[in-house]
Design a protein around this ligand. Structure first.
Ligand code: NAD
Length: 344
């Protein structure tokens, strides 16, 4: 069993190899690591593989899936929760096994979202730089006390719920919006319509998957519905936000702060060192110029625990596929492959 691992970094090698060595995983699995992302240009690397293992910015669209099929590849293992980059319809049509790792560590992502909120609010990133330069002036670093503020959680699934619980612990009022109700959320927060959440929240944190129905859920109109000066946080998927609209809202001060771990054009930038290059994405570069914008490169998941869990579940998914067993993480479910209903 040859598994071609795309977008492979040193940490992927480490956690996947260590799990293969120590856990109860079939010993005939051969891992082939490829640093490049899967795309139409790189798909032929997988010509001898039985399965491919992909990440958030790999292109797993219809032409790529078609080519994988021609090479005899049978399984697509997503080592992440989101799967908006996979054409599930084409995969199902060609009888692929496709699975993800839906809940490796919601707390890891939630804790990072809260770290972004805390950093942006209290300007710790700017204080760090000042102090290193011997500048102990605290002017410009003024924040707000979070206790008593209203936090809106859009998408109250695993990660949204974890964020809600943490913010409740801070003494915040928590509002939630979701197309499905999560009972566990109701013990920490109150469900409201999206417009109410936008209007009443001092901080809005996005935790919906990227679907047709959620693409650009933050746009010119929704930004105008937000409380003036509120903070927007996105650790979910870049496509939830219309970047150009957000830039306009920052310039007019309608938006008071923006923290992004994900970006709609991240595929061309994230996970690689572009420090010696000219970056051609003018919207992203504009975002870097605002004092009240905090950007990170899709790292909210990045904890030791999460990487260990991702590796274990990826192999469990592979084992289920090989044994012909029903896999609880399969994304191809009879009659529901195109837009799998959320679990609530
Ligand atoms: P989840 O499935 O547990 O929760 C998603 C929630 O969004 C569900 O409750 C669902 O009902 C809701 N939802 C779906 N469509 C909606 C809509 N139109 N409006 C409002 N709510 C809607 O998923 P999760 O584990 O909480 O993960 C959420 C997202 O976080 C993932 O889809 C992924 O894109 C992202 N993620 C990012 C990172 C990172 O490192 N930054 C890591 C893991 C996951």
């Amino acid at each position: 069993m040859k598994l071609a691992v795309f977008s492979a970094k040193a940490y992927d090698r480490h956690f996947l190899s260590a799990t293969l060595d120590t856990k109860h995983v079939a010993s005939d699995i051969q891992l082939n690591f490829h640093p490049v992302p899967l795309s139409s240009e790189t798909v032929d690397i997988a010509k001898d593989a039985d399965a491919v293992c992909c990440f958030v910015n790999d292109t797993v669209d219809a032409p790529v899936i078609h080519r994988l099929h021609e090479h005899g590849v049978k399984a697509i293992l997503m080592r992440c929760a989101g799967y908006n980059n996979v054409d599930l319809k084409k995969a199902e049509e060609l009888s692929f096994f496709v699975a993800n790792v839906p809940a490796y560590s919601p707390e890891a992502v939630a804790e990072f979202a809260v770290a972004l909120i805390q950093t942006l609010n209290r300007n710790t990133h700017r204080a760090y730089n000042r102090v290193r330069e011997g500048n102990f002036n605290i002017e410009g670093l003024l924040g707000q006390t979070l206790h008593g503020k209203t936090v809106g959680v859009a998408g109250t699934g695993r990660i949204g719920l974890a964020v809600a619980r943490i913010m409740k612990g801070f003494g915040c009022r928590v509002l939630g919006y979701d197309v499905f109700r999560n009972e566990a959320f109701e013990s920490v927060g109150e469900y409201v319509e999206l417009d109410v959440l936008l209007a009443e929240s001092d901080i809005v944190s996005l935790h919906c998957p990227l679907l047709e129905s959620t693409q650009y859920m933050i746009n010119e109109t929704s930004l105008q519905k937000m409380k003036r000066g509120a903070m927007l946080v996105n650790t979910s998927r870049g496509g939830l936000i219309d970047t150009k609209a957000v830039i306009r809202a920052l310039k007019s001060k309608q938006l008071g702060g923006l923290a992004l771990d994900v970006y709609e054009g991240e595929k061309a930038l994230f996970y690689d060192d572009h420090s010696g290059e000219i970056v051609h994405d003018d919207d992203y570069m504009r975002l870097t110029t605002f004092h009240n914008v905090l950007l990170t490169g899709h790292q909210a998941f990045f904890t030791q625990e999460a990487l260990g869990e991702i590796a274990e579940v990826t192999f469990q998914n592979l084992e289920d596929f090989r044994a012909g067993r029903q896999c609880k993480n399969s994304l191809i479910k009879a009659g529901a492959s195109v837009s799998r209903p959320p679990r609530h």
